[in-house]
Design a protein around this ligand. Sequence first.
Ligand SMILES: NC(=O)c1ccc[n+]([C@@H]2O[C@H](COP(=O)([O-])OP(=O)(O)OC[C@H]3O[C@@H](n4cnc5c(N)ncnc54)[C@H](O)[C@@H]3O)[C@@H](O)[C@H]2O)c1
Length: 238
Amino acid sequence: MKIALVGYGKMGKAIEQIALSRGHEIVSIIDINNPQDFKSDAFKSADVAIEFTTPATAYDNYMKCFAAGVPVVSGTTGWLEHLDEIKRMCKEEGKTFFYASNFSVGVNIFFAVNKYLARIMNNFPSYDVRMTEVHHVHKLDAPSGTAITLAEGILENIDRKERWTLETAEKPTDLPIHAIREGEVPGIHEIVYESDADTISIKHEAKSRAGFALGAVIAAEFTAGKKGFLGMDDLFHF
Ligand SMILES: NC(=O)c1ccc[n+]([C@@H]2O[C@H](COP(=O)([O-])OP(=O)(O)OC[C@H]3O[C@@H](n4cnc5c(N)ncnc54)[C@H](O)[C@@H]3O)[C@@H](O)[C@H]2O)c1
């Protein structure tokens, strides 16, 4: 498969290694200094572009990929105000876009366990729920996209919670997310249910970026040749 990389930072470089090891060809690499390459024949020849840049630049890059007729797999977080527009373009204009706030297989198992636990805890109002996420100091957005997906899994299933809030709960119906930025931590997410009697917690800790990169390449293999808006639920059926 021919892959274009948009964003050649920590994730772009990790994805390049895994893609090459799985027998794919990298036909174009675009970073901040060569946006003109979106119009190159090499870029247009890609079966899929894998985009990992920044919250502020992602949407513009998606539009450039779409204009070149190249399907997009993106893991950039912090741009979700444009999500409805991207979904509309996939539905009405035949574009192809795969998004995951977290491409790690382990995290996607964790998402499923989180929803299952939340369904159980809906029947036990003596437990309050909170979340903590820890990432490296270079991360631009807070809470993490993964934390938001976990929060949505809880809010969908626990009737006594209405919205997530960053740091402090203003009302009992809030789900607080404590975001910590320290060192070079690739990503830790923990959900804690606490009653007067005991504490139940589930935790996922990434050891490196390799899990995210492998998931992104598997998603790219899945996306090539498909149409529409795709996500991890299409890839894995837990
Ligand atoms: N979904 C996931 O599984 C997952 C996993 C890890 C990171 N992320 C997210 O991916 C994004 C990138 O993470 P990273 O660790 O690689 O960051 P990074 O800072 O190491 O790399 C970002 C790269 O994007 C480049 N860039 C900036 N503006 C650009 C533009 N307009 N066009 C092209 N390239 C541009 C930068 O020069 C840099 O090389 C972040 O939003 C992060 O939160 C998602």
